[in-house]
Design a protein around this ligand. Sequence first.
Ligand code: SF4
Length: 182
Amino acid sequence: MTSEWKTLEDVEEHIFECTACPLSETVINKVVRKGSDIPKVLFIGEAPGKNEDETGVPFCGRAGKILDELIDYAGLKESDWAVINTIKCRPPKNRNPNKKELEACKPFLKRQIELLDPKLIILLGNTAEKAFLNGQKMEWGAVEEFEGRNVLKIFHPAALIYTRSRTEDQHRFLDENRHLFL
Ligand code: SF4
Protein backbone atom coordinates (compact mmCIF):
# COMPACT_ATOMS: atom_id res chain seq x y z
CA MET A 1 0.00 0.00 0.00
CA THR A 2 1.59 3.23 -1.12
CA SER A 3 -0.10 5.17 1.72
CA GLU A 4 2.21 3.27 4.07
CA TRP A 5 5.07 5.20 2.52
CA LYS A 6 4.98 8.19 4.83
CA THR A 7 8.01 10.10 3.57
CA LEU A 8 9.89 10.65 0.32
CA GLU A 9 12.69 8.56 1.84
CA ASP A 10 10.24 5.64 2.34
CA VAL A 11 9.23 5.86 -1.32
CA GLU A 12 12.84 6.03 -2.43
CA GLU A 13 13.80 3.02 -0.34
CA HIS A 14 11.07 1.00 -2.11
CA ILE A 15 12.21 2.28 -5.51
CA PHE A 16 15.74 1.07 -4.84
CA GLU A 17 14.43 -2.38 -3.84
CA CYS A 18 11.88 -2.64 -6.67
CA THR A 19 11.94 -5.49 -9.20
CA ALA A 20 8.37 -5.01 -10.43
CA CYS A 21 9.34 -4.80 -14.11
CA PRO A 22 12.18 -6.24 -16.22
CA LEU A 23 14.01 -2.88 -16.36
CA SER A 24 15.37 -3.73 -12.91
CA GLU A 25 17.55 -6.36 -14.61
CA THR A 26 19.39 -3.91 -16.86
CA VAL A 27 19.47 -0.73 -14.76
CA ILE A 28 22.79 0.61 -13.45
CA ASN A 29 21.37 3.33 -11.17
CA LYS A 30 17.75 4.01 -10.38
CA VAL A 31 16.92 7.67 -10.89
CA VAL A 32 14.68 9.06 -8.24
CA ARG A 33 14.43 12.82 -7.94
CA LYS A 34 16.26 16.17 -8.02
CA GLY A 35 15.40 19.48 -6.37
CA SER A 36 13.35 20.67 -3.43
CA ASP A 37 11.34 18.53 -0.98
CA ILE A 38 8.66 21.23 -0.94
CA PRO A 39 8.47 22.47 -4.54
CA LYS A 40 5.94 24.91 -5.92
CA VAL A 41 6.51 23.38 -9.34
CA LEU A 42 7.06 19.70 -10.05
CA PHE A 43 8.42 18.79 -13.50
CA ILE A 44 7.68 15.26 -14.66
CA GLY A 45 9.98 13.92 -17.35
CA GLU A 46 9.96 10.71 -19.32
CA ALA A 47 12.52 8.08 -18.33
CA PRO A 48 16.18 8.05 -17.39
CA GLY A 49 18.62 8.15 -20.31
CA LYS A 50 22.25 7.01 -20.55
CA ASN A 51 23.77 9.83 -18.45
CA GLU A 52 21.08 9.50 -15.81
CA ASP A 53 21.53 5.72 -15.64
CA GLU A 54 25.28 6.18 -15.16
CA THR A 55 24.96 8.83 -12.46
CA GLY A 56 21.56 8.26 -10.81
CA VAL A 57 20.82 11.98 -11.30
CA PRO A 58 17.76 13.07 -13.32
CA PHE A 59 18.26 15.50 -16.22
CA CYS A 60 22.04 15.66 -16.00
CA GLY A 61 22.82 15.68 -19.76
CA ARG A 62 22.05 18.11 -22.59
CA ALA A 63 18.32 18.01 -21.92
CA GLY A 64 19.11 18.84 -18.30
CA LYS A 65 20.92 22.01 -19.40
CA ILE A 66 17.84 23.08 -21.32
CA LEU A 67 15.65 22.34 -18.31
CA ASP A 68 18.00 24.48 -16.17
CA GLU A 69 17.62 27.34 -18.67
CA LEU A 70 13.86 26.97 -18.50
CA ILE A 71 13.90 27.03 -14.70
CA ASP A 72 16.01 30.22 -14.85
CA TYR A 73 13.59 31.74 -17.35
CA ALA A 74 10.67 30.90 -15.07
CA GLY A 75 12.45 32.68 -12.20
CA LEU A 76 12.25 29.65 -9.92
CA LYS A 77 14.57 29.56 -6.90
CA GLU A 78 16.29 26.33 -5.88
CA SER A 79 13.66 25.70 -3.22
CA ASP A 80 10.82 26.22 -5.72
CA TRP A 81 11.15 23.22 -8.02
CA ALA A 82 11.75 19.48 -8.26
CA VAL A 83 11.97 17.03 -11.13
CA ILE A 84 11.08 13.33 -11.30
CA ASN A 85 10.51 10.84 -14.12
CA THR A 86 7.53 8.64 -14.93
CA ILE A 87 9.69 5.54 -14.46
CA LYS A 88 12.85 5.17 -12.43
CA CYS A 89 14.93 2.74 -14.54
CA ARG A 90 16.38 3.36 -18.00
CA PRO A 91 14.72 1.47 -20.86
CA PRO A 92 17.36 -0.20 -23.07
CA LYS A 93 18.59 1.97 -25.96
CA ASN A 94 16.51 4.87 -24.61
CA ARG A 95 13.30 3.53 -26.12
CA ASN A 96 10.01 4.92 -24.80
CA PRO A 97 8.69 3.19 -21.68
CA ASN A 98 5.95 0.70 -22.52
CA LYS A 99 2.52 0.52 -20.94
CA LYS A 100 3.43 -2.30 -18.53
CA GLU A 101 6.48 -0.40 -17.28
CA LEU A 102 4.51 2.80 -16.80
CA GLU A 103 1.84 0.91 -14.84
CA ALA A 104 4.39 -0.96 -12.72
CA CYS A 105 6.12 2.28 -11.73
CA LYS A 106 2.99 4.37 -11.29
CA PRO A 107 2.58 3.83 -7.52
CA PHE A 108 5.96 5.53 -7.05
CA LEU A 109 5.01 8.41 -9.33
CA LYS A 110 1.68 8.95 -7.56
CA ARG A 111 3.11 8.85 -4.06
CA GLN A 112 5.99 11.17 -4.96
CA ILE A 113 3.44 13.68 -6.25
CA GLU A 114 1.32 13.38 -3.09
CA LEU A 115 4.31 13.89 -0.80
CA LEU A 116 5.92 16.67 -2.84
CA ASP A 117 2.49 18.33 -3.07
CA PRO A 118 3.31 21.00 -5.71
CA LYS A 119 1.07 23.94 -6.70
CA LEU A 120 1.66 23.14 -10.35
CA ILE A 121 2.70 19.98 -12.20
CA ILE A 122 4.50 20.55 -15.49
CA LEU A 123 4.40 17.53 -17.78
CA LEU A 124 7.47 17.42 -20.01
CA GLY A 125 6.16 15.82 -23.17
CA ASN A 126 3.88 13.02 -24.27
CA THR A 127 5.17 10.17 -22.11
CA ALA A 128 4.62 12.16 -18.94
CA GLU A 129 1.12 12.98 -20.18
CA LYS A 130 0.44 9.32 -20.90
CA ALA A 131 1.68 8.17 -17.49
CA PHE A 132 0.01 10.86 -15.43
CA LEU A 133 -3.29 11.50 -17.21
CA ASN A 134 -4.38 7.89 -17.78
CA GLY A 135 -4.66 8.33 -21.54
CA GLN A 136 -6.31 11.78 -21.42
CA LYS A 137 -4.81 14.20 -23.97
CA MET A 138 -3.81 17.82 -23.44
CA GLU A 139 -2.80 20.59 -25.84
CA TRP A 140 0.75 21.93 -25.68
CA GLY A 141 0.82 24.86 -23.29
CA ALA A 142 -2.64 24.10 -21.91
CA VAL A 143 -3.51 23.91 -18.23
CA GLU A 144 -6.09 21.53 -16.85
CA GLU A 145 -7.12 20.40 -13.41
CA PHE A 146 -6.51 16.71 -12.82
CA GLU A 147 -7.07 14.95 -9.49
CA GLY A 148 -7.27 18.35 -7.81
CA ARG A 149 -4.01 19.68 -9.22
CA ASN A 150 -3.18 22.20 -11.93
CA VAL A 151 -1.29 20.52 -14.74
CA LEU A 152 0.54 22.25 -17.61
CA LYS A 153 1.94 20.33 -20.59
CA ILE A 154 5.06 21.64 -22.33
CA PHE A 155 7.73 20.17 -24.64
CA HIS A 156 10.30 17.76 -23.29
CA PRO A 157 13.64 19.63 -23.11
CA ALA A 158 15.21 17.03 -25.44
CA ALA A 159 12.73 18.16 -28.12
CA LEU A 160 14.34 21.62 -28.00
CA ILE A 161 17.89 20.41 -28.62
CA TYR A 162 17.44 20.27 -32.39
CA THR A 163 14.43 22.57 -32.65
CA ARG A 164 15.48 25.67 -30.74
CA SER A 165 12.66 27.59 -32.43
CA ARG A 166 10.32 25.85 -29.99
CA THR A 167 12.01 27.73 -27.14
CA GLU A 168 9.90 30.81 -27.84
CA ASP A 169 6.71 28.74 -27.56
CA GLN A 170 8.04 27.10 -24.42
CA HIS A 171 8.65 30.53 -22.84
CA ARG A 172 5.19 31.65 -23.83
CA PHE A 173 3.64 28.60 -22.13
CA LEU A 174 5.39 29.63 -18.91
CA ASP A 175 4.61 33.34 -19.24
CA GLU A 176 0.90 32.64 -19.69
CA ASN A 177 0.81 30.57 -16.50
CA ARG A 178 3.11 32.38 -14.10
CA HIS A 179 0.17 33.18 -11.81
CA LEU A 180 -0.05 29.45 -11.05
CA PHE A 181 3.38 29.15 -9.50
CA LEU A 182 4.68 32.59 -8.43
S1 SF4 B 1 11.07 1.06 -13.69
FE1 SF4 B 1 9.92 1.33 -11.78
S2 SF4 B 1 8.64 -0.53 -11.63
FE2 SF4 B 1 10.29 -0.99 -13.10
S3 SF4 B 1 11.90 -1.91 -11.82
FE3 SF4 B 1 12.36 0.28 -12.01
S4 SF4 B 1 11.46 1.16 -10.14
FE4 SF4 B 1 10.51 -0.86 -10.41
